[in-house]
Design a protein around this ligand. Structure first.
Ligand code: ATP
Length: 446
């Protein structure tokens, strides 16, 4: 399967089956903003739950937080975003399209007569690069003047830094400890694209770990290992995950060390999560700009210091895309193409389909009772329409790992057929055992 075709097929499957829709589609859509349909929201929620479980419920040393999207404008001065969160962009005077100055499709040097617009092909129409801030601005209160400007946060991390003392004191944690948050972030990306890979509104899953200076390198290595393990636990193909180390000019101004976890998408190796050793840059800047002391008094060591921060920052939408890309496959079965999303059972939006083989002989009644019992435990889907093979295929496309069919033997022997999505094998399981049978195979939640 050619790689571009895979993305096209995935986008169409996502729309057809209700994973992802274009935002405001009936008005022609809004550039690089997407909505999650019934299956998509379930998949993304399962990913976020798994992250939250591994970070917050599964550990004693990390607390949760949900900070507001709107923050004091000074936060973004202190963080460096007002001055530095910029990309160089050029405009085409002819067709009015806008590009990043380093867009590989541009031939020649923007601003010079030889430069050629990659869209309309006009020569000499590209402007000199100018810096463009990626933060969305809005106004707070009724007066639209610059005093009332606030930003939609471009990352969730700053909400954690400015609350670090509140969380520390209220939770009675001691360093080393972390704060985890999942929430929306907004970036006015110049070249968004690749479906939900780079969008203007997205969700981040970020954890900031506060450590004693000098222990940061060690914690950084630990977090690197744990984060890669987490991605493996989602069932992603190991050979499609790799590390990318930031070096020299690639390193952000705040970072002492940075590694990305990359996945091999059809459009190349790309970042899905960043792990950064941020030193004391963030707390130092907030201390300076707010005038509030943000030091920690370490009783055991009898010393005061600004903690160093190790950050893990993943995109919930990117991880969702990664899972979809990794799971998509097509097989030839009895002369027909079978489309399967081989999602790990723990993240699959629906865990089990329940089907009466035919709509008679008491089968629908037993199937409906079973369906109501199973859905108390996990997400199920009841389907009694069409040939059983078609019903299985519909569940394959949705990534549902199990199908339970109530048939003639259910009436006589109190057993059901359990059909496995990946192997298409079927086995008979006692009606009273089927709930536990599936629970045992859904995989741990963390
Ligand atoms: P990129 O270089 O791909 O723009 P970045 O280095 O700016 O990413 P970070 O600021 O480190 O990304 O953000 C952390 C994570 O947030 C990324 O690994 C990614 O998963 C997610 N993310 C960042 N920007 C976007 C976006 N525009 N759309 C979707 N997810 C994003």
């Amino acid at each position: 399967m050619a790689d571009t075709t895979l993305m096209d097929k995935l986008v169409s499957l996502c729309k057809r089956r209700g994973f992802v829709f274009q935002s405001s589609e009936i008005y022609g859509g809004l550039g690089s903003v997407w909505d999650y349909g019934p299956l998509g929201v379930a998949l993304k929620r399962n990913i976020k739950d798994r992250w939250w479980n591994s970070m917050v419920h599964g550990r004693d040393d990390i607390e949760g937080l949900d900070a507001a999207i709107l923050m004091h404008p000074k936060v973004w001065e202190a963080s460096g975003h007002v001055a530095g969160f910029t990309d160089p962009l050029v405009d085409c005077r002819h067709c009015k399209n806008r590009f990043r100055a380093d867009d590989p499709r541009i031939k020649g040097t923007p601003g010079q007569p030889d430069a050629q617009c990659p869209v309309c092909g006009t020569r000499g129409s590209l402007t000199e690069p100018r810096m463009f801030n990626l933060m969305f601005k809005t106004f707070m209160g009724p007066v639209e003047d610059s005093a009332a400007v606030v930003y939609l946060r471009p990352e969730t991390a700053q909400g954690i830094y400015v609350n670090y003392l509140n969380v520390l004191q209220s939770s009675r944690q001691r360093i080393p400890f972390g704060i985890a948050q999942i929430g929306k972030a907004f970036r006015n990306e110049i070249t968004p694209g690749n479906f939900i890979f780079r969008t203007r509104e997205f969700e981040q899953m970020e954890m900031q770990f506060f450590v004693q200076p000098g222990t940061d390198a060690e914690w950084f290595e630990r977090w690197r290992e744990w984060r890669m393990q987490w991605h493996h636990s989602l069932g992603l193909t190991p050979a499609k995950l790799q590390w990318h180390q930031h070096s020299g000019s690639e390193l952000a101004h705040y970072a002492r060390a940075a590694f990305d976890i990359q996945y091999e998408f059809p459009f190349g190796w790309q970042e899905i999560e960043g792990i950064h050793n941020r030193g004391d840059f963030d707390l130092g800047r907030h201390q300076e700009y707010s005038g509030k002391k943000l030091e920690y008094f370490d009783q055991a060591q009898n010393q005061r210091y600004l903690p160093f921060i190790v950050e893990t920052s993943a995109g919930a939408d990117r991880v969702t895309l990664t899972l979809l890309v990794d799971a998509y496959r097509e097989e030839q079965v009895e002369g027909e193409t079978r489309v399967v999303l081989g999602l790990h059972p723990a993240v699959a939006p629906i865990k089990t389909g329940v089907f009466p083989l035919v709509k008679k002989d008491g089968m629908p009644e037993i199937a409906a009772t079973l369906y109501h019992e199973l859905r108390q435990e996990f997400a199920c889907f009841y389907d009694d329409s069409g040939a059983i093979g078609r019903r299985y295929r519909r569940m394959d496309e949705a990534g549902t790992p199990f199908g339970v069919t109530v048939d003639g033997d259910t009436i006589t022997a109190r057993t059901v057929t359990v059909r496995h999505r990946d192997t298409m094998q079927q086995e008979r399981v006692g009606l009273d055992r089927v709930r536990q049978y599936i629970v045992d195979r859904l995989g741990a939640t963390r």
